[in-house]
Each structure stands twice: as structure tokens, then as C-alpha cells.
Write a new protein. Sequence first.
Length: 350
Amino acid sequence: MTGASRAPRVLLLCGGRSEEHDVSLASARSVLAATRGSLDVTALVIDRQGRLLQANVSQRVLADGASGAPAAGGPGDDEVPAALTRLKGEGFDVVFPLLHGPFGEDGSVQGLLRLLGVPFVGSDVLASAVAMDKLMMKAVFAAHDFPQVRFRGLDRGAWAGARRSSLAELAELPWPRFVKPANLGSSIGIRRVDRQDALEAAVDDAFGFDRRVIVEEGVHPVRELEVGVLGNDRPAVSPVGEIRYQADFYDYQTKYTDGRAELLIPAPVPERVAQRARELAERAFRALDVAGLARVDFLYREHDDALFLNEVNTIPGFTRHSMYPKLWEAAGVPYAELVRRLVTLALEGR
């Protein structure tokens, strides 16, 4: 635990093996810039091969704004489990695993930190794993009778051996449909499909990212609403935000290219809709046993007032321009204070 006379020492893990490596680095740069002088943060990068880079190499990677190229390893770089085991004795009070996607957001790193007995920001193993897997998450939503769109799951083996019958199972879903890898974020691998002759290629593409795929009915016309949740056993809920964009859906390029999306906080929706979204966000947070933080996403169909719970993200995008920090900024919690609160929540435990 931390001493009374010093700020907690925070180990910020970023990068990672997933397709969301670059997003994680961008989030980490924002945290470092915001907390300089107020928190004792050391950032270490996990490269695309799964090695934890040394501090000096990590600093060079994070100082290079043109992320994307794999970082070169060097003497002392090691696989994450061995490296974190060694780092346990270096006096870090809490770990902030700012790792989006598989191998970081899915419970894998959380399980290792739990074994090491190190406090960490965010959800424990179960909530991380379930929220990362869209099919498991939707099964929990169904068990709690949360409103959600119709969907079907596919696995790679059945798709390879019985493609025709697998396609027949999707026939009841209306167009458009969205095809997604079950375990990935940042809209990577997602395709909107508007006709039958494009469906197989979209499913094949999604299987290139994961062994399980989810196919969902599209909501049209749709408005995308998001709510931030912050806390452990007594979570606080942010105002409701809305994302507007011109693309066919909120794809990777739209999310991470300046000027392609507009974030509206508070969302211009009736108060009854905002209240319903906030209540559902807290209920979903509790149902999945999430801790620390989550961004809860909704699909809203205005003409019939239908609100669908879409996803719970346990490590949402965390740049200064991302929706989650913006939601809390609108609630009176500046970015640097948000990071400090997350560290405090991690040290409090549950």
C-alpha cells in the first residue's frame, strides 16, 4: 500500500498484442501528459510480440507520435508474465492495464496480476473476460432481460463444415446486418452487410480475427448513445453522450480520425431516454460485476423510442478526446482527476 507522504507509484501497461495496439499507445500518451507532476507513473510498452519492453525503449516508443511500427526489443525485454513477476518487487503500488482488446482487456493480464497479488485498475478476471466476448456478454444480457438486438453466433468449425446450414440460421435476421469478431474492439473486423451475396465474405473476414463470430441485426435509422460508469460497489453514472458521423457505421477510421465524428454531451434526447440509458448502464455494470470503469453503449431508434443495450467496454478508449473521459469532464471530473480516482478505486479493492 502507499505511504501517507507520497503519491502512489503507478505502473501503466500499454500497447499489447491485439489489433488495438496503437489505440492503447494513444491512450497511454494522454494519461502520461495529464498526470505529469501529480502522479508517479511509469509506462511500459508491451510490443506486438508480447514482450514487455524496458523503460528506456518504452519511452522512445511513446515519444514517437507516429505509432504503428512494431517496437524493436533489446536485452532485458521479456515475456509479460516473467517480466511482471520481476517488477513486483520494484515498489509499484498499483498497475493500470490500459490494454484494449485481447491479451489485456480480456482477463488474461488481470489473472496474472491477481496471482501476483498486485492491485490494478478496472475489472477482475470474470467481468473482463465476459465483457470482452460479445457472445457471452449478450448471454448475460439475455439472462437479465436487458433489451438488445437479435443476433446469432457462429464458430469457425461449424462454418467450415456446414456453411449452408449456418447461413440458413441467419435468415431470420433483417437487413442490414453487422458481422463482428466475438473478441475484439475499436470496430476492428466489423462489416456492415446489406445483401446476401456479401454476407459470406464478411463472415470469412471476421473469422480472420477470431474463432467465433457474431452476426447482429442492424438498427435503422440508429443513433448511438454512450454512458460512463465509475466506481466499485457504489458506481456513479455520467451524463449520456451521443456520437454522430457520416460513415455507414462507427468504424475504426471514423473513431480515430480527427473530424470524422462529433461527440455531443449531453445527448440531445428526451430526458426519459437519458434516464433509461443511465439506469440500464448501471444495471449492466452490476450484472457483469464490473469494477473501476466502463463505457456502456446503446443503440437508439428514435421513431419508436426503442433503446437497445449494445456493449459494455471495461477498458474504453482513454485519450483526452475519447468519449469516456469527455463524459466525466462534462460531469465535473477533469481528465487528471479521473485517472487519480481510478487509482484510488484500485487501491480500495472491493
